[in-house]
Write a protein that binds this ligand. Structure first.
Ligand SMILES: C[S@@+](CC[C@H](N)C(=O)[O-])C[C@H]1O[C@@H](n2cnc3c(N)ncnc32)[C@H](O)[C@@H]1O
Length: 318
């Protein structure tokens, strides 16, 4: 087992202090450190937050067909691997077809460690990479082409999709495949209204509020000193209007945090800007892949078409 560290905990903490002083809390800091990793795993297992389990079920059902379409012996590289439960399922199907190397990359070191530990009983060369996705050009070489690259757990939707997929596509070689999943916005009025109520309840529930407030609670804020709010808003894409979550934290009290060994203070009434989750329609997601220079080979659908898994390669000439 090897571990490659492209970022370290102290550097991340200093970055977080800078963001908080600018009144922002980017989503990646929800997962970092032992507490962030634990909070994510709690949310991931929470029944009321069933978007995560819907995507895992789809992956489980599709894994044999995905493995059959990946190149024989392909190395597996997963970006934003989390605890690597989906990758474990894939590796059980890939290993009999010759896969021998697994590269688990994530910004959260405790999650990389868990992902590697989850497959320690398998006959695999394991490489952990602690890095941001923008570092992919620096660690892509650990997975030899043709490789299967994964971006799973709706992670694509937490970022500017053009920037993330464009960077991924530029790192793909001939024969490589990209596997990406997404929780979709359904077409159709009545279904859309039911979907919206369900999504608002999942994202607006207590479990997700706890997850989003945890970086502040673990750095000196007391429960009740801030509130978390989230709603869904229309947002433009080049392929028409989609939805996007808008989240923020509002301080109800004066709060003093300790971050990177120094104070960061907030006054009651101030707000923190946070990340978002895109909710694309199916054709908007396909359009995004094509714009990024990718060609979709196969689509696996689940949960009344709310969940999708796409297997893609770099489009010829892209
Ligand atoms: C929604 S979770 C999905 C985890 C896992 N893939 C799954 O399916 O359960 C997003 C994952 O991406 C990681 N992550 C978030 N921002 C990142 C970034 N900028 N670079 C690398 N990893 C990131 C988080 O630490 C987390 O493990």
């Amino acid at each position: 087992m090897r571990k490659v560290m492209l970022i370290d905990a102290d550097g991340l903490e200093r970055r977080l202090a800078g963001h908080l002083r600018r009144r922002e809390l980017p989503d990646l800091f929800l997962y970092t450190g032992a507490d962030g990793a634990r909070q994510w795993l709690e949310l991931d297992r929470c029944e009321a937050f069933d978007i995560a389990s819907g995507l895992t079920d789809l992956l489980g059902r599709s894994a044999p067909r995905i493995a059959a379409r990946a190149a024989r012996g392909a190395d597996l590289l997963s970006l934003g691997v989390g605890e690597g439960a989906k990758e474990r399922i894939l590796l059980e199907w890939l290993a009999p077809r010759g896969t021998r190397r697994y590269v688990a990359a994530d910004v959260s070191e405790p999650l990389v460690d868990r992902a590697l530990a989850l497959v320690e009983d398998m006959d695999l060369e394991r490489v952990g990479v602690v890095a941001g996705w923008e570092d992919l050009p620096r660690f892509r070489g650990h997975a030899r082409p043709p490789a299967l690259l994964c971006l799973l757990g709706n992670t694509l939707c937490n970022y500017d999709g053009d920037a993330l997929l464009g960077m991924l596509a530029s790192c793909m070689a001939e024969g490589d495949r990209l596997l990406v999943d997404c929780h979709l916005l359904p077409d159709g009025g009545a279904r859309r209204r039911r979907w919206r109520r369900h999504v608002e309840a999942a994202y607006g529930g207590e479990a997700n509020a706890r997850f989003n407030l945890a970086p502040l609670l673990s750095r000196g804020m007391r429960p009740g000193q801030a509130e978390f709010a989230i709603d869904l808003q229309d947002a433009d894409t080049p392929a028409g209007t989609a939805l996007r979550t808008r989240k923020r934290i509002r301080f109800l009290d004066d709060v003093a945090l300790t971050v990177a060994g120094g104070p960061v203070e907030f006054r009651a009434g101030e707000t923190l800007a946070m990340g978002f989750t895109w909710k694309y329609r199916r054709r908007q997601l396909h359009d995004l892949l094509v714009r990024s220079g990718l060609a979709v080979e196969t689509e696996f659908r689940g949960g009344c078409d709310e969940y999708t898994l796409l297997l893609a390669h770099r489009a010829p000439g892209a």
